[in-house]
Design a binder for this molecule. Structure first.
Ligand code: XMP
Length: 517
């Protein structure tokens, strides 16, 4: 275990991911955690992240210097580098010279940390203060035009640091620097692999659920719930029941991916609820986006709880009690909600089927230590279909919020066809993994004039909305190659009768959102 101490910048998650890419397991802890508590977790090494402040600013986050003498290797980056320098008697000064963005760095003596790294390379910097003298015992390894001490190490004590951000993509050789620290200086062995994750998680799930416990899991068609369910299935087999509510708002082929391919790949016990009619009836005539969301959310809870109740009743009849609810919570959600290890309980309200009003489940969250990219790799390791493992994010309300206007079966089918063509061509061009999401939107209440063959048409436009993003908070429109766009446009207008116009949305977020509703 490597602990990444978060000093409040946005980099800690990225650092934790890079440490794992070096095949060493890492977790993030806040800088406010007492040093004894960090050490009690017996980390093999500790990484101090960058931070927003100057070490001299009032109320600047700090760390007890006992950390540096505890015998655990420590690596400081940016702000963490300065804390280490200052904490061990070096000098950090306001030189007045700032460095932001791409900065050339010169490696002098390369030592262990910068071994085999070019003497001149470019790194990403973001700092106001500079280390002007390294603490005693340290070797200075690199400098920049304005920073005399840009990297140092004391291999005997397992301490090292760099002024730059090795975790960002713009830093050349960043991953190599991090790996030199982890593997050579700290002696961490690179054993964190997908095979290990899978085995470890299965073991944990078995411990938590026990020999006779039963669990239930809702599948959405997305990667997180699918991987969580597949792991639990491996651990407890038939004692897991999955519930899939088909609300009729999924894309073409997605319900089959869950009902057929996912089941074939995992052997999971699946309870499908075909609720299309119920959802479409409830949505009839509604075109307000928020109204659509409310209706779908409300119906979903009702249908899911009814299905859950059926499953519970069935297993109760067999003398078993379902006490566990599987959820696909990921590590970023855990970090952001300030949560740590351990599990939590939630209450689920049941007013169906004569069951007790409040039923308490214990949550099983086998992905709560994983990042999205790791979840996908685990999914591959478990043999899940690529369509599920590499699926783009998809909103819970589904295609209902991609039809501008009221939702009905006919419009859904139209959009499903257009959307399937767009996805197919994207896949054929090998671009699936380059973009974040690719909504296709049907302007169902708009008509425009066109000409096809000898006749005038009066059809609906669709909007292509391919975007790139890292976290959906901000996004940019994806510059898809013209020939791919052309292919999509030609095929949609030829193959989807009611659509005679294809447009591309070139708005970033902000000011636009990714979805149109
Ligand atoms: P926007 O459109 O706000 O979307 O830029 C950001 C991300 O969230 C997804 N999204 C939703 N997901 N229920 C969901 O589960 C919703 O109501 C919803 N609305 C938007 C969207 O697909 C994108 O990934």
């Amino acid at each position: 275990l490597v602990l990444v101490v978060d000093f409040g910048a946005q980099y800690a998650q990225l650092i934790a991911r890079r440490v794992r890419e070096a095949r060493v397991y890492s977790e993030i802890v806040p800088h406010t955690m007492p040093v004894e508590e960090m050490l009690a977790r017996r980390p093999k090494a500790i990484v101090l992240s960058g931070g927003p402040s100057s070490v001299y600013a009032e109320g600047a986050p700090s760390i007890d210097t006992s950390l540096f003498t505890a015998g655990v290797p420590v690596f400081g980056m940016c702000y963490g580098f300065q804390l280490m320098a200052r904490g061990l008697g070096g000098e950090v000064s306001h030189t007045g010279a700032r460095e932001y963005g791409r900065t050339p760095v010169s490696v002098g003596e390369s030592g262990t940390l910068l071994a085999e790294i070019p003497a001149q390379h470019t790194v990403w910097m973001s700092h106001g203060d500079s280390v002007t003298a390294a603490p005693e015992g340290f070797t200075v390894l690199a400098s920049t035009e304005v920073t005399p001490v840009a990297a140092f190490e004391d291999v005997a004590r397992g301490l090292a640091g760099v002024q730059w951000h090795p975790e960002v993509l713009h830093t050349q050789h960043g991953q190599k620097v991090l790996e030199h620290f982890l593997h050579q200086i700290a002696g961490c062995r690179p054993t964190w692999t997908m095979v290990n994750i899978v085995e470890e998680q299965i073991e944990r799930i078995r411990d938590q659920i026990g020999d006779s416990g039963r669990a239930i899991c809702g599948l959405s068609g997305g990667v997180d719930s699918a991987v969580a369910a597949a792991l639990v299935q491996r651990a407890i087999g038939d004692r897991l029941t999955c519930v899939f509510v088909d609300h009729g708002l999924l894309r073409k082929g997605e319900a089959e991916q869950v009902e057929r391919d996912f089941v074939a790949a995992t052997g999971v016990d699946l309870h499908v609820v075909d609720a299309e009619k119920r959802f479409l009836d409830a949505l009839a005539g509604v075109s307000d986006p928020e109204q659509k969301r409310k209706i779908i959310g409300r119906e979903f809870i009702r249908v899911f709880e009814a299905a859950e109740a059926e499953v519970l009743e069935k297993s109760a009849a067999e003398g078993d009690k379902v006490a566990f609810l599987v959820q696909g919570t990921l590590y970023p959600d855990v970090v952001e909600s300030g949560g740590g290890a351990g599990t939590s309980n939630i209450k689920s309200h049941h007013n169906v089927g004569g069951l007790p009003e409040d039923l308490e489940f214990e949550l099983v969250e086998p992905l709560r230590t994983l990042f999205k990219d790791e979840v996908r790799l685990v999914g591959e390791q478990l043999g899940l279909p690529a369509e599920i493992v590499w699926r783009h994010p998809f909103p819970g309300p589904g295609l209902a919020i991609r039809i501008i206007g009221a939702v009905d079966r006919e419009r859904l089918d139209l959009l499903r066809e257009a959307d399937a063509i767009a996805r197919e061509e994207l896949t054929r061009a090998g671009l699936d993994r380059d973009i974040w999401q690719f909504p296709v939107v049907l302007l169902a209440d708009v008509r425009s004039v066109g000409v096809q063959g000898d006749g005038r048409t009066y059809g609906h436009p669709v909007v292509l909305r391919p975007v790139t993003s890292e976290d959906a908070m901000t996004a940019d429109w994806a510059r898809l190659p013209y020939d791919v766009l052309e292919k999509i446009s030609t095929r949609i207008t030829n193959e989807v009768r009611e659509v005679n116009r294809v447009t591309v949305d070139i708005t970033s977020k902000p000011p636009g959102t990714i979805e149109w509703e």
